[in-house]
Structure formats: C-alpha cells, structure tokens
Design a protein around this ligand. Structure first.
Ligand code: SAM
Ligand code: DTB
Ligand code: SF4
Length: 331
C-alpha cells in the first residue's frame, strides 16, 4: 500500500442489501435499544446509517421565521406562544420578496433547503396564497422548500403540493402519554391528522420532537416508536434539544445529559434507517464533541445559519469548520 493510504473496506452497496423498513416498533423495543451499552448502540446506529447513506454527507437546511410570535397555542417550550410571558414581539407575515432575499442568501451560504416557519395554530386561506408564492419562489431558486404552519386540512395540503412544496414540518414533540403535560390547546390526534393530510397529498413529511422537557426515557422511546410506526416513516426526523427560553414554563427544565441525547438520535436512526435524522435546535449550547457524537450516531442533517426561528444557532463559520475538522461535507 502506498504511504498514507489506508485499507478502507469496500463501499457497501446501499439500500439494496438493507433489511426492509419496519413500521411495527414498540416503545419497549426502542427502550431496550436505547439502554444498550453505548458501543453496541453506536454499532447498530452506524450499520443502519451506512446501509442507506454516505455517513460523511450532511444535509443543510436554513430556517426563517416568516411570521413570528403571538401564537394562540400554549406549547410550554415555545417563546412564540401568546399565552406566555416571553419577550418575543409579534410580527405580521413577511412579504414574498423579503423572504426570497433571505432564501437567496441562504443558497449563497451553502444551504440546499429553505424552511419557513409561521407561529400559527393553522394558516388562513389568504395567508396560504402568500406562502404558496414563497414556495414557488424558493423552488425557482433551485432550492428545496419546507414550511411549518401548524395544523392543515386536506385541501390546504393539496394547495401547498400544487405550489411545489417539498417538505412539511409538523412535530409530534413527545410521546402520546406526555403530550398533555406540554400542550393543552391541541391533541396528539390533531397532529396525527395533519400528518396524514400532508402524507396523502404526496408531500414529504418532516416530523420529530424535543428532548429535555422533563419527559422520561419511556416517553423518548414512545416518540421514536410512534414516528417509526407511521404508515410511512417521516422522510426527515428533527430531534431538537430543548432551548430553554426565559419566560416559558420550561425555562428551568433540567439540562439534558448529552450522552442521553445521543442515544435518542441513535434510536431514531435505527428505527427509521432511510430517513434523514436532523440534529436540530440546541446545537448552540452543545460542544463540538457532542455534535460529532450525534453525527456518529446517525444524524445527517442540520439547521444552518445564525438563527433558528427566534433563538441563536451556531455561526456558519463554526459549522463549516466543524464539518471540515470531521472530514464531512455539506450537501
Ligand atoms: N407553529 C407551528 C407548529 O407548532 O407546528 C410551526 C412552528 S413551531 C416553532 C416548530 C417546532 O419547533 C415545534 O413543533 C417544536 O418541536 C420546535 N420548537 C419550538 N420551540 C422550541 C424550543 N424552545 N426548543 C426546541 N424546539 C423548539
Ligand atoms: C424543528 O423541529 N425545529 C425547528 C423547525 N423544526 C421549525 C424550530 C426550532 C425552534 C427553536 C426555538 C426558536 O428558535 O424559536
Ligand atoms: Fe405556536 Fe408552534 Fe410555538 Fe406551539 S410551537 S406556540 S404552535 S409557534
């Protein structure tokens, strides 16, 4: 072998040789998986990851809040809820041109997907016209589009599909059992209904949850089992570490042990091996080493850009440097 070369295993033929996707995960099974010794769990996660993806590639999405604050829902984690005492100024829906200027900047910085979030319980039909124009504009820039607008009826999902929407984000957030401790203004079934409308419209589903809201490991496992038991695995699975925002009821929630967070990422990867697992909110407070472990556990997507919706995210430089240090590349 020449100097400096390493004896790499031949690249696996992906997907063709992978086991069939399962849709019958139970909470107990996921719980058992998460309780494995760390090296065993990492092996399971990496095997699943490599059967479907290049483990060195990270998908890059940039987020923009197109309508901030004043939301009628009471999600205990969210600074945008009007029911809470968080210092977020409510704004009107942004103009299409202003949104597309941000999308162009995100594309120039290296993002392949542009995600637009609105603090609504559900969109009004005239607001949906504006959002559809944004989706068309983002598509015309050659980027993938994603929106998160709250609950949707089937005809609204069809309109977004007709505008060319690639992904709809709608999180289950936690287990069915713990949901009522976090949100009282809507039900788990409401969320499942919207997910069905989006799926049936043929739009890719982006659906995940939050770790660090005081839930048990069983709740974390219950979330993953529920996601993995949907009729189609969500194509994108964002796993957020709670960003504790002053003024929200969860401002003083106990910090998450980073290794426990890595276990949730690994469980998502094993249960939904062909989905993109996004290491989502919470990276600003994470060390580079924790993020590296998340990538080793199968995370293969991040939010990129200095702001999430209302809270900070690592700088673009820090992210590009981290990926370069790990020999990984943005896609
Ligand atoms: N209003 C829409 C909805 O709830 O579906 C869309 C926007 S909402 C901000 C999107 C997601 O962001 C929530 O479902 C939640 O999972 C996540 N999120 C909100 N605040 C967060 C926080 N403080 N920390 C972590 N994730 C958060
Ligand atoms: C998701 O799962 N995380 C993103 C996106 N989907 C819309 C939102 C994170 C929000 C974090 C708190 C904030 O910045 O307001
Ligand atoms: Fe509103 Fe979404 Fe925040 Fe809940 S998470 S308060 S629905 S913006």
């Amino acid at each position: 072998m020449p100097d400096g070369a390493i004896d790499r295993p031949a690249p696996m033929s992906r997907a063709a040789s992978a086991p069939a996707l399962r849709h019958d995960w139970t909470t107990g099974e996921v719980r058992t998986l998460m309780a494995l010794p760390f090296p065993e769990l990492m092996l399971c996660a990496q095997s699943a990851h490599r059967a479907h993806f290049d483990p060195c590639a990270v998908q890059i999405s940039t987020l923009l809040s197109i309508k901030t604050g004043g939301c009628p829902e009471d999600c205990a984690y969210c600074p945008q809820s009007a029911a809470l005492d968080a210092p977020i100024k409510a704004t009107r829906l942004m103009a299409v041109d202003a949104v597309l200027a941000e999308a162009r900047a995100a594309r120039a910085a290296g993002a392949s997907r542009f995600c637009m979030g609105a603090a609504w319980r559900s969109p009004k039909d005239h607001d949906l016209d504006t959002v559809c124009a944004m989706v068309e504009g983002v598509k015309a820039l050659g980027m993938e589009s994603c929106v998160t607008l709250g609950m949707l009826e089937a005809p609204q999902a069809a309109r977004l599909r007709d505008a060319g929407l690639d992904y709809y984000n709608h999180n289950l957030d936690t287990s069915p059992e713990y949901y009522g401790a976090v949100i009282t203004t809507r039900t788990y079934q409401d969320r499942l209904d919207t997910l069905a409308h989006v799926r049936d419209a043929g739009i890719n589903v982006c659906c995940g949850g939050i770790v660090g809201m005081g839930e048990t490991v069983d709740d974390q496992a219950g979330l993953i089992a529920t996601l993995a038991s949907l009729p189609r695995h969500p194509e994108s699975v964002p796993i957020n570490m709670l960003v504790r925002v002053a003024g929200t009821p969860l401002a003083d929630a106990a910090a998450v042990d980073p290794l426990d967070f890595v276990r949730v990422i690994a469980a998502a990867r094993v249960a939904m091996p062909a989905s993109h697992v996004r290491l989502s909110a919470g990276r600003e407070g994470m060390t580079d080493e924790t993020q590296a472990l998340c990538f080793l556990a199968g995370a293969n997507s991040i939010f990129y850009g200095e702001k999430l919706l209302t809270t900070p995210n690592p700088s673009e430089n820090r992210d590009m440097q981290l990926l370069a240090r790990l020999g990984m590349r943005p896609v």
